[in-house]
Design a protein around this ligand. Sequence first.
Ligand code: FAD
Length: 296
Amino acid sequence: MNWLDASNIPFKRNEPLAKHTTFKIGGPADYFIYPRDNRQLRGILRAARRDRLPVRVIGRGSNILAADEPIKGCVIQLKGAYFAKLAVKGRRVRAGAGCSLSELVRFAAQNNLTGLEFLWGIPGSVGGALVMNAGEGRGGKAMGKFVASATIMEYNGKIRRIHSSAMRFTYRGSSLAKGIVLKAEFLLQKAQPSAIAADIRRYISRRRATPMLKFPNAGCAFRNPSRAASAGKLIEACGLKGLSVGDARVAEEHANYILNLGYASCADVRNLMRLVRDKVKLKFNLVLRPEIKIWR
Ligand code: FAD
């Protein structure tokens, strides 16, 4: 990837991912690249393919646990004006993958459109949230339900617009993970500004009711095994709140959150997650699966 030096594509070598994840954990990425537009993105993908380098995409890093060891290849982040455009036409809102979820909800509200308020307070980007099908707990509202279409770039550089009927969304997952999400279109409903504002206030107070976590984390560590069984409740019932490995600790405030008390490594968090998983398996015969994406 030496050609990057001669290109006008912004990038950093050996960039610590700890600087780009809400967990504040992660070793250096060989190349951390911020393409300015689709053309630059395609150039990076083609060069990486030619050089046989792995490519990963990071949004706001709010759902990623990155390895302590160097991350080989390219980590791409779609930030900057080109990937953060917002537009409205009738009941449709188009949002770039790099927009934050709060920007998206605010923009929809300014245009008297309702539907996405439940995303308020989730610290992700549109791209990351679509791939994760972010939203409420299992069985609750999730982003995929509101998407009309998404535009992705495949890893061979080809751009495709995918209609919602051709997408699959599951609890914290989607078929869009196969490409790089560039933008998406959401189909929303018209509503009175006062009703939308009230809805947003409801979600804000619901978020405030969950205790503020004072330490870096990546949201829920485990997926809920079923609608009836919440991972947090199972972990709490095993008496694991406060359990620590190194500087990684199961939050006292919410047992499905793992906190980085300062110097936690990826290995600390993974060892703690293994302990938690084993105890829950032993007591309830249920296997907890990670919700956070582990990059090794
Ligand atoms: P990242 O964490 O950067 O990436 C997540 C995954 O998406 C990775 O696999 C990455 O490769 C991929 N990805 C990112 N961008 C793209 C793209 N453009 N194209 C293709 N793939 C991409 N989640 C919920 O669902 N509900 C909640 O209520 C919630 N609350 C949270 C609260 C806190 C305090 C925190 C820290 C996290 C919370 N999360 C929650 C988790 C997280 O915010 C969401 O999963 C969010 O949608 C991730 O978005 P991101 O941009 O940070 O993605």
